[in-house]
Design a binder for this molecule. Sequence first.
Ligand code: PRP
Ligand code: URA
Ligand code: MG
Length: 212
Amino acid sequence: MLSNSDVHLVSHPLVQHKLSLMREADRSTKGFRELLNEIGMLLCYEVTRDLPLEMVDIETPLMAMKAPKIAGKKLTFAPILRAGVGFLDGMLALVPSARVAHIGLYRDPQTLQAVEYYFKAPHDLSDRTVILMDPMLATGNSASAAASLLRTRGAQDMRFVCLLAAPEGINHFQAEHPDIPIWTAAIDEKLNDHGYILPGLGDAGDRMYGTK
Ligand SMILES: O=P(O)(O)OC[C@H]1O[C@H](OP(=O)(O)OP(=O)(O)O)[C@H](O)[C@@H]1O
Ligand SMILES: O=c1cc[nH]c(=O)[nH]1
Ligand SMILES: [Mg+2]
């Protein structure tokens, strides 16, 4: 994994291979959804890599020992609807006790601004680590709006996980939320005139749910 302090590029071969399969235009809806779920699990592994551990007393069948367990704040997963939900099952497979905050946003195709239509989150996120997730970071409008919504619930310790990021989206998100580090499997070239990532993978929500 390549990283500076703010952007972590997940270069694991399994992630890169699965991402290439997802980019292919003839990948089926079923295949696309399965791959997104699998990559969600792998990205969860990376984004939780530095969670603090504490040594606790346990009993094996043979003797007592001190063993490491995750310490500190509990996790909340925050997928941006719709496409962010594609990561969720994979992440919950690794952290089944996590809380979930659903954030309904769609991008207006003309203005490219994020429009909110649903927000259901735990009331107090101040003592939780929040993993915000969406496969696509394009203009950065959706991710920035989602992080701002989570802050209204007191979220302070946040991380953002995506699959593909455009340089424009990274710059925008970091300008608005400089304290939130980003994990991504790739940084693509640029946005086209309609705000789509190039080379990208198309519209993630539509490909995942077969709505186009
Ligand atoms: O960085 P941005 O320019 O905001 O673009 C990224 C957003 O666009 C897509 O959502 P979309 O609006 O297509 O909604 P959907 O997931 O329901 O299809 C994607 O899932 C992100 O949420
Ligand atoms: O390339 C893009 C940009 C925004 N949303 C997507 O789903 N794909
Ligand atoms: Mg979409």
